[in-house]
Write a protein that binds this ligand. Structure first.
Ligand code: FAD
Length: 403
C-alpha cells in the first residue's frame, strides 16, 4: 500500500469534482481527484444540456468556458406548448439573464483540458475507492490506481463528488443521516435523434398524451424526451413508433412538426427527488448528485452541483488557507437552502407539466389550471424564468464575467 498525503481528496471527476478541484487549484490548494472511469468514458457522458448563466460565467472566469461562446448557443427563452399552442417564456426579458445549450460531455472535456493544462493531480481509471477513516482533522481514502498499485491517501478534507450512487455518502453514519427520497410515478423515454433542430428554443410540451421535451445537443443531433411508464421497455419501441409519439405530443393547429431522423440512442430515465442531510460529517463533505437528485425537467442537476462546490471551495479555502472554520461549519446548512429551493422548483415544474397516471379528476383539473396560469400570467412566467436561469451563485473567489 503506497502512503500518500494531500490537502483535499476528491472522489468523482464529474462536474462537481472537476470544478471543485479547479477552484481549489486557483487558491493554491493541492487536491487529488480519483474516478473509476477513464478519461474517454467521462468525456462520453451524454446527460445534461442546459447551463445556467452563473455556471457559464464561473467557467469563463476560471478559463474553462472559451468553447461555450463558440460551440454553445445562448437561449433567451423557452417555449411552453400547451395542447398544441406555444407560449414563449422570455427568460431574458423577465430576468436580464439567459441559459446556454452546451452538452455536459463538452463541459467535462473542457474541464479535463483545464486540469491537464494546469498539471493538477487527476487519477482516472482507479478501482475500489473506499473511505477508510474519518476524523476531526481529516480522512483517509484507499483505492487501487490504474497502474494496479493500492494507495492510502490521507487528506485534511474529503469531498464526495461521486454521483448518485456515492460511496463517500456512507461515511456519514446512518444514525446521523436523513435520506429524503421520492420516486415520481412516471419516467422519461429519452432519444438522441440524427436530425437538425426542430425549434430555435427548447419546447416543453404538455398534452393529453403526456409531457414531451424537445431539446438539442448539436446542429445535427437532437435530444428529445416523452413521458412514459417507469417500467417501459425501450425494445418495445421502433423508431417509427417513437417519432409518432413525439409528433403527437407536440401537434397543434399551427402545424408545428418535428424534423425527423434516425434514432441513435434510447433510454428510460426515472424521475426521482433525493436529498441527503446533512451534507457534511466531520471533514467529509458531499456535493452534487452524491447529496441530491432532482427530476431533470428544470435542467438543474449539473448547475446545482456547481453551486455546491462554489460554496464548498470557499469554505475549504477559509479552513485550509485562513484557518477559519465558520464557513465549513455552515456548509451543510448553506448548501441545503439552495438544494431545497431547487428541489421545490424542479418538483413543481415537473408535477405541473406531467399528468399523473391514475390521478383523480379533481387533481387533474387542478394541475391543468396550474398549467393555464403558467401560460397566461406574466408573474407566473417571471417566477418560472427566475428559477430557470438560476439564482445567483454564492461568492466564488472567481468574479464572473457577463455575457
Ligand atoms: C438524462 C439526464 C439529463 C440531464 N439533464 C440535465 C440538464 O439539462 N441540466 C442539468 O443541470 N443537469 C442535468 N442532468 C443532471 C446532471 O447530469 C447531473 O446532476 C450531474 O452530472 C451531477 O454531477 P456530479 O459531478 O455531482 O455527478 P456525476 O456527473 O454523476 O459524476 C460523478 C463521478 O463520480 C464517479 N464515481 C462514482 N462512483 C465512484 C467511485 N466509487 N469511485 C470513483 N469514482 C466514482 C463517476 O464515474 C463520475 O465521473 C441530467 C441528468 C440526466 C441523467
Amino acid at each position: 500500500m503506497r502512503q500518500e498525503r494531500t490537502r483535499v481528496a476528491v472522489v468523482g471527476a464529474g462536474p462537481a469534482g472537476l470544478v471543485l478541484a479547479m477552484l481549489l487549484a486557483r487558491e493554491g490548494i493541492d487536491a487529488v481527484v480519483v474516478d473509476h472511469r477513464t478519461r474517454e468514458e467521462i468525456e462520453g457522458t451524454v446527460r445534461a444540456g442546459i447551463l445556467e448563466q452563473g455556471t457559464v460565467e464561473l467557467l469563463d472566469a476560471c478559463g474553462a468556458g472559451a468553447r461555450i461562446g463558440v460551440d454553445g448557443a445562448r437561449h433567451d427563452g423557452i417555449g411552453l406548448r400547451v395542447d398544441g399552442t406555444t407560449h414563449r417564456v422570455d427568460l431574458r426579458g423577465h430576468t436580464g439573464r439567459s441559459v446556454w445549450l452546451y452538452p455536459q460531455h463538452e463541459v467535462l472535456t473542457d474541464l479535463l483540458a483545464w486540469h491537464r493544462d494546469h498539471h493538477t493531480d487527476l487519477r482516472l481509471g482507479v478501482s475500489g475507492a473506499t473511505v477508510a477513516e474519518t476524523g476531526a482533522d481529516g480522512a483517509v481514502v484507499t483505492f487501487t490506481g490504474a497502474d494496479g498499485v493500492p494507495v492510502e491517501l490521507a487528506c485534511e478534507a474529503l469531498a464526495g463528488c461521486d454521483g448518485s450512487r456515492s460511496v463517500v455518502r456512507g461515511a456519514i453514519p446512518d444514525r446521523m443521516r436523513t435520506d429524503h427520497f421520492r420516486a415520481l410515478p412516471f419516467a422519461w423515454f429519452g432519444v438522441l435523434l440524427d436530425a437538425p433542430p426542430s425549434a430555435k428554443e427548447l419546447v416543453y410540451a404538455s398534452s393529453e398524451r403526456g409531457f414531451a421535451l424537445i431539446s438539442s445537443r448539436t446542429p445535427t443531433v437532437q435530444r428529445m424526451y416523452f413521458q412514459c411508464d417507469p417500467a417501459e421497455s425501450t425494445s418495445d419501441w421502433s423508431d417509427a413508433r417513437i417519432l409518432d409519439e413525439l409528433q403527437a405530443r407536440v401537434a397543434g393547429a399551427d402545424g408545428f412538426a418535428l424534423v425527423e431522423g434516425p434514432v441513435l440512442t434510447r433510454d428510460v430515465i426515472p424521475m426521482r427527488s433525493y436529498v441527503c442531510e446533512p451534507m457534511r460529517h466531520r471533514r467529509v463533505f458531499l456535493a452534487g448528485d452524491a447529496a441530491h437528485t432532482v427530476p431533470p425537467t428544470g435542467a438543474k442537476g449539473l448547475n446545482l452541483a456547481v453551486a455546491d462546490v462554489v460554496l464548498l471551495a470557499g469554505a475549504l479555502t477559509d479552513l485550509l488557507v485562513h484557518r477559519r472554520d465558520e464557513a465549513v461549519d455552515r456548509y451543510a446548512a448553506d448548501a441545503a437552502r439552495r438544494v431545497w429551493r431547487t428541489q421545490q422548483f424542479s418538483y413543481h415544474l415537473t408535477t405541473t407539466l406531467h399528468p399523473e397516471p391514475g390521478a383523480d379528476p379533481f387533481d387533474e383539473r387542478r394541475r391543468r389550471a396550474a398549467v393555464e396560469h403558467l401560460v397566461t400570467s406574466q408573474r407566473a412566467a417571471a417566477e418560472l424564468a427566475e428559477g430557470y436561469v438560476g439564482w445567483p451563485l454564492p461568492g466564488a473567489g472567481c468574479s464572473g464575467t457577463t455575457r
